[in-house]
Write a protein that binds this ligand. Structure first.
Ligand code: GDP
Ligand code: IMO
Ligand code: MG
Length: 425
């Protein structure tokens, strides 16, 4: 039994969904532990493409138990949609999906507050959120004014919702945003409750029972280390802990239930939303990566900012997560690139940085120090084993591992299930 924790090691969208799907074959249980429907995890199987926002990516195997852990913030309406969509596509059978009664609920006023704040923010204070209500819901959780999925089963919920909404509508009014109608909110929530009732339960016990029975558990991180509220580029982050530490508090499983940590990294870097990005390319090379890598948000459709691989970020991620292996994705996107650059350190005000500075103003002024690698200028997307990689591609992947001090576990050269190679996990 080896339980694997899979972490995004950059700014999200590293290809976590695809790697979780790949590893799910060997797992019994796949569990998400943080975030919400801000996530967009893409899996391509043959001609079919699935984008999952709340449901773990293991769901595409018919025999896996999937859990939405207590650390998530769940939009009940979005979850109903996602379940119905999978049912329509013949994927979801009863009894396989479990939603924690402790997970907090994203309500329509959280989404309105998120959107309202973003639309009023001036340039420097805009975060570029997905507007899925994530920040306001985690804020309510911390303020002890939230509602949890288990509350959907409480007959007194409508009264409690109306009372809370009265407070939130004052904030919305101040922002000049549309107010939320209490009757609409209560109707929507009642309908969602009727639908979701069979899915909601005590996932902490369920997971611990599975753990004690020796079932193989795969933890699916969402977002990425640089979006972590503690370790990311604060304040340009999400409101949860995508890093390793989040996996225990977001599931109720103890630290010793995690046997290894797999960090997912693209062979280059992307970021969606605002905030510093030292290796960002604002030129034709950046545009080439965006087009070739189809770098458009799986949740919002926004173009992703693209840049060179940042080994400072990767080393930092390896440190804070305790990464045992890399899963390197999207190597094929570099197939046509003449010279590939890797940032090995930053420079700011004459000082060299080998790790990510906490101060956002400093990070914003950091300039990358690059090492160049020759491209391979041929297609890798059809290859069927690591041994078939062109020599320069092999050297590039080896360099990423050497510079970061983390060995290669999985390599991916295509969005499809095929085109993923297991090296050491
Ligand atoms: P996630 O949020 O980390 O699950 O990643 P996303 O699904 O948001 O974005 C990753 C995108 O890259 C998706 O469109 C995947 O289908 C695609 N992808 C994943 N691995 C590879 C790969 O090795 N090569 C290529 N070309 N695309 C990939
Ligand atoms: P996956 O799981 C990439 C970014 C947003 C914004 C910041 C805060 O698909 O990798 P939020 O809505 O969370 O309050 O937005 O975080 N962000 C993501 N970027 N991938 C994601 O998820 C993201 N989830 C949030 O763009 O910059
Ligand atoms: Mg994504």
């Amino acid at each position: 039994m080896t339980n694997t924790l899979l972490i995004g090691a950059q700014w999200g969208d590293e290809g976590k969904g695809k790697i979780v799907d790949f590893l799910s074959r060997d797992a019994d249980v796949v569990v998400r532990y943080q975030g919400g429907s801000n996530a967009g995890h893409t899996i391509e199987i043959g001609a079919d493409r699935y984008v999952l926002h709340l449901i773990p990516s293991g769901i595409l195997y018919p025999d896996k138990t999937c859990v939405i852990g207590n650390g998530l913030v769940v939009d009940p309406l979005a979850l109903v949609h996602e379940i119905q969509d999978l049912e329509k596509r013949g994927i979801l059978s009863a009894g396989r999906l479990h939603v924690s009664d402790r997970a907090h609920m994203v309500l329509s006023y959280h989404k309105a507050l998120d959107a309202g704040r973003e639309s009023r923010a001036t340039r420097g204070s805009k975060i570029g959120t997905t507007q899925r209500g994530i920040g306001p819901t985690y804020a309510d959780k911390a303020s002890r004014t939230g509602f949890r999925m288990g509350d959907l089963l409480d007959p007194a919920l409508p009264d409690r919702l109306r009372e809370r909404l009265a407070e939130k509508n004052v904030l919305l009014k101040d922002m000049g945003a549309d107010l939320i109608d209490p009757d609409t909110l209560c109707r929507e929530i009642r309908q969602a409750a009727d639908f979701l009732r069979p899915y909601i339960g005590d996932t902490v016990s369920l997971l611990n029972t599975a753990y004690k029975a020796g079932k193989q558990i795969l933890f699916e991180g969402a977002q990425g280390t640089m979006l972590d509220i503690d370790f990311g580029t604060y304040p340009y982050v999400t409101s949860s802990n995508p890093t390793s530490g989040g996996a225990c508090v977001g599931t109720g499983l103890p630290p010793r239930a995690i046997n290894r940590v797999l960090g997912v990294i693209k062979a280059y870097t992307t970021r969606v939303g605002e905030g510093p990005f030292p290796t960002e390319l604002m030129d034709a090379t950046g545009e080439h990566l965006r087009q070739r890598g189809r770098e458009f948000g799986a949740t919002t459709g926004r173009p992703r900012r693209c840049g060179w691989f940042d080994a400072v970020v990767a080393r930092y991620s390896a440190m804070v997560n305790g990464i045992d292996f890399w899963a390197v994705t999207k190597l094929d996107v570099l197939d046509e690139t003449e010279t590939i650059r890797v940032c090995t350190a930053y420079e700011c005000d004459g000082k060299r940085y080998d790790t990510v500075p906490a101060c956002i103003a400093t990070l914003s002024r950091c300039r990358p120090v690059y090492t160049d690698f020759p491209g391979w200028k041929c297609s890798t997307s059809g290859i069927t084993s690591q041994a078939d990689l062109p020599p320069n591609a092999k050297d590039y992947v080896k360099a990423l591992c050497d510079i970061t001090g983390v060995p290669l576990g999985v390599l991916s050269v295509s969005p499809k299930r095929a085109g993923t190679f297991r090296i050491a996990v």
